[in-house]
Design a protein around this ligand. Sequence first.
Ligand SMILES: [Ca+2]
Length: 184
Amino acid sequence: MKICFRSLSTDAFSDAERCFNWPNDCSTASFFSPNFPEPYPSQLRKLYQIFVPTATAITLVFNSPFEVEEKDTVFIGAGFQLPEDLEISSAIGDSFSFSGNQAPVSLTLESDVVWILFETDSSSELRGWFVQWSATTNPCVWEPCLNGGVCIPNFQANTYSCTCTSCFFGERCEFGKCFFFIAL
Ligand SMILES: [Ca+2]
């Protein structure tokens, strides 16, 4: 099956549900299809996105029940934008699609952004889906400490602190306090 998202940017979804910048302005740990566990609407095209700064991986776990009619589909992938031309397969690359009554097994994408696109056709609506997500974060992954400073992660708060070498100070060891004489 080949699905084309031609010129379909994520901005096109007025009712997109986003969990961005966790844990600062988003503590949502789950998403679900509209009306869950009552039947979802027909002719739906809804986008969900999770962005966890410093995440090295995001894991999705679907709860029971999982009921998606075979002509309706849950698409899942990594990245801020939906692919323009997505070759759908059950387990190739970073994009996945699911239908039926069998919840996908736990799905881990090695990215800081994950999107879920739920599309339904004009008939036969079932109960839908409920997904919980968790992220593996590393606040030091972008190497914030400069000039030889050592990054100390605080995983719970998703923050870091720097232990600077003797000649530097500042939140990121960005300021020098030693004078260096260079022999010419
Ligand atoms: Ca349907």
